[in-house]
Design a protein around this ligand. Structure first.
Ligand code: ARG
Length: 590
């Protein structure tokens, strides 16, 4: 498999500097090149920062270098010649920073070749063949609420970035379908519908209120509680009548979840907790045979260094739990599914659970000691979604906000805004509807993804649906405007890609071109650090750079028309790829 992405400029420069390091300081073979993008006030596009560190290693020793600046100069002189770098414009400044200026001609050629060969040539190439992304994962019989936006859209974006990187992704919905709550749900179902066969979705109606009623009965009625507890045992023991009732409840939930996923265009394969149940006993047996399991207060546990409490894997009543299921799912993903990267997306509150069973798996020798080595596991923990009062986001009657209602409102609001702009007169009802969905759902997703993952954020429709600032609406409009510039030119853009020539003579053109070329390293960073907000920030700056270019330079009708149309097209292509990776449907006219 090709492990290299030629579109990644930073990596390319790292390779050049690696070669330069080898000839500049042959006696320091361990030193790795440190290349970063240059801050705006520096006179380069990228810089190499190795000189100072090297200086502290070699100074005082019998060395040809007299100062860090001299090390930097040697690093620059020994840089292999390449079309990519404009060596006459490179410089060494301060304590030895090597400022690298890219050749503008080469930049233009690279963008032209992306336009011809497609943006997939700029995809990252991580050393991973198959990944599991465990995301969304709601609990059965509870409704999807605002809290499920985060694990759903963050997980989807991570999966999309990996898929773009040619990794085979197993998108796993680890639904909670096997907990003790099923005892009370099943007993309640038997009470309300003695003939379970006849139970239809509509008969149960709102599963959420069904859950609530059975829960209050469980809390108030000791007889019912006892029955419910026995029901769990019978279900987990495989009693066909209980299994059937369980399956019915799961089915109803599944249908509800599917509606949300369909609207958000999220693909997921359900392998819920129950799926792993048949394997748990063996897996616990294996851990036991490795001497990991001990008795503690009637339960069977794994003691782990650095944790005050042990990880319970068999409860005192003999039942399995969340941790034993997760250990088994991990075993399955490593051994049966042969995944080499497994990513779990849940709220930050579950951090300890993940840290504990990851540690247990390392102790069992399932995973390497280093947490960056493959096969690798990561927990992506996110902060909560808050309401205006900075508390968990709820409706006025202090209920959780149902995800379907929230999506309805986002769509309605964006439709209203489109109608205010007179779009109902220009467009067909379908176009109006589709655009309202793209903008409304896109706004909800983007408002989530643009945040630093670990901090919570405040949910606010007015902010996310504003057409100014860092919002999906602003970005979707910007993209649509670029498309309209291209349309209005009347030129066949595919033809232009073959015959036209891209020139980046003006500073705004070059700055935009440089940002386009940074796409590859940015997606790689967002993907390997599992931080979608890195990609959002990139997309927002891209659209700002486009605005700086377009507010100064005329495109259509100018002598540079062909080149500038190509620059517009490249910007639109990169924006669309970003939208795609963020799960947002682009809009072409506005
Ligand atoms: N169902 C869990 C919850 O709602 C999330 C499951 C996450 N995945 C996992 N393998 N534990 O909190």
């Amino acid at each position: 498999k090709n492990q290299e992405c030629t579109g990644n400029l930073k990596r390319q420069l790292e390779k050049f500097f690696d070669a330069s390091l080898r000839s500049t300081v042959p006696d320091q073979p361990g030193v790795k090149p440190v290349v970063s993008t240059s801050p705006l006030d520096r006179s380069g596009d990228y810089q190499c920062n190795n000189a100072m560190g090297l200086w502290s290693m070699i100074k005082g020793k019998d060395s040809q270098f007299k100062a860090p600046l001299a090390v930097g100069e040697a690093l620059l002189n020994n840089l292999p010649t390449s079309e990519m770098v404009d060596s006459c414009s490179c410089s060494v400044t301060g304590p030895g920073f090597v400022n690298v200026v890219l050749s503008t001609k080469w930049m233009a050629k690279s963008i032209e070749s992306m336009l011809i060969n497609g943006i997939d040539t700029w995809a990252p190439a991580p050393p991973v063949k198959r990944a599991v992304v465990d995301f969304s994962s709601p609990n059965i019989a509870k409704e999807m609420h605002v809290g499920h936006i985060r694990p759903t859209v963050i997980g989807d974006t991570l999966a999309r970035m990996l898929e773009f990187s040619n990794v085979e992704v197993l998108r796993r919905n680890h639904v909670g379908d096997w907990g003790t709550q099923f005892g009370m749900l099943i007993e309640y179902l038997f009470e309300k519908f003695p003939d379970t066969d006849s139970v239809t979705e509509t008969a149960i109606g709102d599963l959420q209120s069904f859950y609530r009623k059975s829960k209050s009965k469980f809390d108030l009625d000791p007889d019912f509680k006892e029955k419910a507890q026995k029901a769990v045992v019978r279900l987990q023991g495989g009693d066909p009548i209980y299994r059937k009732a369980w399956a019915k409840i799961c089915d109803i939930s599944r249908t509800e979840f599917a509606k949300v996923y369909q609207r958000l265009q999220i693909e997921l394969e359900e392998k819920g907790e129950s799926f792993y149940n048949p394997y748990i006993a063996n897996v616990i047996g294996e851990l036991d045979s490795k001497g990991l399991i001990e008795e503690s207060e009637g339960a069977r546990v794994i003691f782990l260094e650095g944790f005050k409490i042990p990880l319970i894997v068999v409860k005192s009543d003999g039942g399995f739990n969340y941790a034993s299921t997760d250990l088994t799912a991990l075993w399955y993903r490593l051994n049966e599914e042969k995944a080499d990267w497994i990513i779990y997306v849940t709220d930050f509150g579950q951090k300890q659970h993940f840290n504990m069973f990851f540690k247990a798996a390392r102790k069992a020798g399932w995973l390497p000691d280093s947490d960056k080595a493959y096969p690798r596991v990561d927990h992506v923990g996110f902060g909560l979604v808050n309401g205006a009062d900075n508390k968990r986001f709820r409706t006025r009657c202090s209920d959780v906000v149902r995800l379907v209602d929230l999506l309805d409102e986002a769509k309605t609001r964006s439709k209203t805004a489109l109608i205010e702009r007179g779009k109902d007169k220009e467009w067909t009802p379908e176009e109006l509807d589709q655009t309202a969905e793209a903008i409304g759902y896109g706004a909800v997703k983007y408002a989530d993804l643009k945040n630093n993952i670990t901090t919570g954020y405040t949910f606010n429709f007015d902010d996310m649906l504003s057409d100014k600032g860092n919002t999906a609406v602003y970005l979707l409009y910007a993209h649509a405007r670029i498309c309209s510039i291209i349309r209005k030119s009347g030129k066949d853009i595919d033809e232009l890609k073959k015959t036209g020539k891209l020139v980046l003579d003006h500073p705004e053109e070059r700055a935009l071109g440089l940002h386009l070329l940074r796409f590859a390293e940015t997606v790689e960073e967002a993907c390997t650090t599992m931080l979608p907000n890195v990609l959002c920030l990139y997309l927002y700056s891209l659209s700002e750079r486009f605005t700086s270019f377009y507010s100064i330079h005329q495109v259509n009708g100018s002598p540079e028309e062909a080149s500038r149309l190509l620059l517009c097209e490249a910007t639109a292509v990169v924006m669309r790829k970003c939208f795609h990776l963020l799960g947002i449907t682009p809009v072409y006219k506005i």
